[in-house]
Design a protein around this ligand. Structure first.
Ligand SMILES: [Zn+2]
Length: 310
């Protein structure tokens, strides 16, 4: 069987047209893998950039993997595209992991990847203010000196503080800012609303939220089945070498994973892939290690969820 020549998307990490180039790459990936990989538009950012999903597999266990809620953490977008390519390369040689071939895995599992949740925010980080629409030019919170450390969307809402939970983050702010603003109401932003609709449509059995800061895995959100979720998180901790964060209950948070775990009582992980680098993009030099640690994570997570949630 032919082996796909494996190519990383890391060159896009230096793009000045980040969201445009990522979406182009996603459409291309779908086109070259017709019948196996499906591209869907799940919504649009504030500035009208399509938010795309890539779906692979046809199983009843449904897994959502998403990245770049936080603008400056877009190295995780590259990671997701590379994870998909890597999965396809294993599929082509019918590779097995834990005695399960990838072709069998794709009979049991459907993966949905949303590689770039926050395209407008990522563009601020990558392009500076070049693409800010006219009507946003006089917004005070859009301060050019903050663009390289931007986490929020272009409305100045931190998307990972815009989800409804019982114990919301206690340090969120109300005014638009480059980080930490919870927004005027839950799901107020088109980006979080798109994920809400996607989640309600698929009713996922498990999710991974990729973030970039601190080489740690968050897995708790006051869930009932703590043993199941701890055991899944442990498998991913062993694979990646990232420590599990053990928090005191009630755990606070207003992120996608928190909402998902609380609302659906299914396992969800937030994986922080890089050592803390301060308020900036993760340096490209960190990527090789990030990819090596995370390339098998979607597969291992899906197997765990498949065995433990049926
Ligand atoms: Zn983050």
């Amino acid at each position: 069987m032919k082996n796909r020549s494996y190519k990383s998307y890391i060159n896009l990490y230096e793009s000045n047209y980040f969201s445009k180039d990522i979406n182009k790459a996603i459409y291309k990936l779908g086109k070259y893998n017709k019948g196996l990989l499906y591209v869907n538009k799940i919504g649009e950012s504030v500035q009208g950039t399509p938010i795309l999903s890539l779906t692979i597999g046809r199983g009843s266990t449904k897994i959502l993997i998403q990245a770049t809620h936080h603008a400056r953490e877009a190295i995780t977008t590259i990671l997701l595209l590379d994870q998909i390519n890597y999965l396809l390369s294993l599929y082509e040689i019918d590779y097995s992991i834990n005695n399960m071939s990838i072709s069998n895995l794709l009979k049991y599992v459907t993966f949905v990847f949303v590689a770039l949740v926050n395209p407008d925010g990522a563009d601020l980080v990558f392009n500076g203010g070049d693409f800010i629409p006219q009507e946003y030019k006089d917004k005070q919170y859009l301060n050019e000196s903050l663009f390289s450390c931007w986490k929020a969307n272009i409305n100045g809402v931190d998307l990972n503080r815009n989800y409804p939970t019982m114990y919301p983050s206690i340090d969120s702010v109300i005014a638009p800012a480059y980080k930490s603003c919870k927004g005027p109401y839950y799901f107020s932003e088109p980006e979080t609303y798109a994920l809400k609709c996607l989640t309600e449509k698929y009713r996922f059995d498990g999710t991974i939220s990729y973030h970039s800061s601190g080489e740690v895995i968050f897995w708790q959100y006051n869930q009932l089945n703590i043993e199941r979720d701890l055991s899944i998180a442990n498998t991913i901790s062993k694979e990646t070498g990232y420590n599990l964060e053990i928090e005191k209950e009630p755990v606070t948070g207003s992120g996608y994973k928190d909402w998902f775990v609380e609302n659906y009582q299914k396992p969800g992980l937030t994986i922080e892939v890089s050592p803390y680098v301060g308020e900036r993009k993760v340096p490209i030099e960190n990527y090789k290690d990030i990819f090596e640690r995370n390339k098998n994570v979607p597969i291992l997570f899906a197997q765990e969820v498949f065995y433990k949630t049926i």
